[in-house]
Design a protein around this ligand. Structure first.
Ligand SMILES: Cc1ncc(COP(=O)(O)O)c(C=O)c1O
Length: 452
């Protein structure tokens, strides 16, 4: 079956008959969930096996959703096939790390060629030099770079560097920010966060940031900020807010650390360049490993110089796989050959158009949904109210959003359970057209239940 082909009878035939609830949205959700379960016996069986050996059958929390998540057997281009044989257009692209699709031939070939020379020599190689050159050339604020295994690690290292360089302890971060599993601030710090001394400020509120930074000027080592709240719901940072952070950190001699793990794919040189912000340190990850595990932190040569192992008293920065061949080779081929600045600009514009089309569909159907984001990164919310902060995101109606997403899965379109999409280069215009048409059909057939 072609990806995107509806897997089911028209949604109009989905009517809950269990009589458990009289609330139309609950009834529609129960029917959609039952249908999801009925169509996935093999997925369910594997989930039960997985649950016997992993808590919740899961080893990456974000992938989990009730009643059990899809489990993929095969992926190619911009498509997925689950273990029950259902195909999906992959609109999530591994949470933005899958920018190149699942079977980019130039990457596959370059990695195979490099690995033929030995999988993990455990030494310096020419490949990491080429990758570091590509990163420094692409991102103008990065004068020196070091590689890690993940974006989380990159942020942890950047914060540690800032604390050593400034001789201060505290970090200012923002409510709704996600900088990795150990640096999450959904509504204050998460219980599994690394034990940094963090002040959590409201996002997109320059006056509050000013107050806090002035009050704690002597103790703040760094301000850590995403130029768009990513996992927090693709909430764009406002230029005035980000400019204030740049100005204030300079005034108090703290470092501005801009987390571009998600947003470095935006525009020609990442989102901070688009917004005219110059970070002291920038963190990277996701697609830059060409589909393999990756993270990087870099920036001012004087700051990064503290890691120069040739210097007396240098800071250590360890990691068995920091310069692993697959990430270095795939990352370099991806960044220089497949995603040069002009392609990045085009994908950003394509994402902007998709977001506009979806917002038009929601407006025309008069259903309370909207899509926020920047370029190829976007998030669906079940609310019409303007979204500038994580508190605004929290006003989205979870049941209505879930119903839309279950219907989309049923129609053969995969997006994250939180409503997140990260457009990859492998998704075709035809597939995107099919997706927009599917959204249009669902909101028209479901208009009554999708509107409170
Ligand atoms: C903005 C941001 N920072 C950091 C991270 C953590 O990256 P990783 O999952 O590679 O540890 C993510 C991952 O989603 C992210 O979106």
């Amino acid at each position: 079956m072609a990806p995107g082909t509806p897997l089911t009878a028209p949604l109009g035939s989905l009517r809950h008959t269990g009589g458990v609830t009289s609330d139309p949205i609950d009834a529609a959700l129960a029917a959609a969930e039952q249908r999801y379960v009925d169509r996935r016996p093999r997925t369910r069986e594997l989930h039960e096996r997985a649950s016997a050996v992993m808590p919740g059958g899961n080893t990456r929390t974000v992938l989990y959703h009730r009643p059990f998540p899809i489990r993929v057997a095969h992926a190619w281009d911009g498509c997925l096939e689950d273990v029950d044989g259902h195909t999906y257009v992959d609109l999530l692209g591994n949470f933005s790390a899958g920018l190149y699709g699942h079977s980019q031939p130039a990457i596959a070939e370059a990695v195979a060629t490099a690995l033929a020379d030995g999988v993990g020599p455990g030494t310096h190689t020419a490949h990491e030099v080429a990758m570091a050159e590509a990163v420094c050339e692409r991102f103008p604020t990065i004068e020196r770079v070091r590689f890690t295994n993940s974006g989380t690690e990159a942020n942890l290292m950047a914060l540690s560097a800032a604390r050593v360089v400034t001789g201060r302890e505290r970090i200012l971060a923002f409510r709704g920010a996600y900088h990795g599993g150990l640096l999450t601030f959904p509504d204050g710090p998460s219980p599994v966060n690394a034990p940094y001394d963090v002040i959590v400020a409201p996002y997109n509120d320059p006056a509050a940031a000013r107050r806090l930074l002035e009050r704690h000027a002597d103790t703040i080592a760094a301000v850590l900020v995403e130029p768009m709240l990513g996992a927090g719901g693709c909430v764009p940072g406002e230029p005035a807010f980000l400019r204030t952070l740049r100005q204030l950190t300079a005034e108090i001699d703290a470092l501005l650390v801009v987390d571009e793990v998600m947003t470095s794919r935006i525009g020609r040189h990442g989102l901070q360049e688009r917004l005219g912000i110059v970070a002291d340190l920038t963190t990277l990850g996701k697609y830059l490993g060409g589909g393999f595990s990756f993270g990087a932190f870099g920036g001012r040569a004087d700051v990064m110089g503290v890691f120069d192992p040739g210097r007396p008293g240098a800071l250590p920065h360890a990691g068995t796989f920091n310069n692993n061949l697959a990430s270095m080779v795939a990352g370099r081929v991806g960044l220089t050959e497949i995603y040069p600045p002009e392609v990045a600009e085009r994908l950003t514009a394509r994402g902007d158009r998709l977001r506009q089309r979806l917002n038009d569909v929601f407006a025309d159907a008069a259903v309370p949904f909207q899509v926020t984001g920047v370029g190829s990164l976007m998030n669906v919310h079940a609310t019409r109210a303007p979204i500038r902060t994580i508190e605004d995101v929290a006003r989205s109606d979870p049941r209505r959003k879930r119903l839309l997403l279950l219907d989309l899965l049923d129609a053969g379109y995969y997006v994250a359970a939180r409503g997140y999409l990260a457009l990859s280069l492998a998704v075709t215009d035809e597939q995107l057209g099919g997706f927009v048409a599917a959204v249009e059909r669902i909101v028209s057939e479901r208009a009554a239940v999708l509107t409170p």
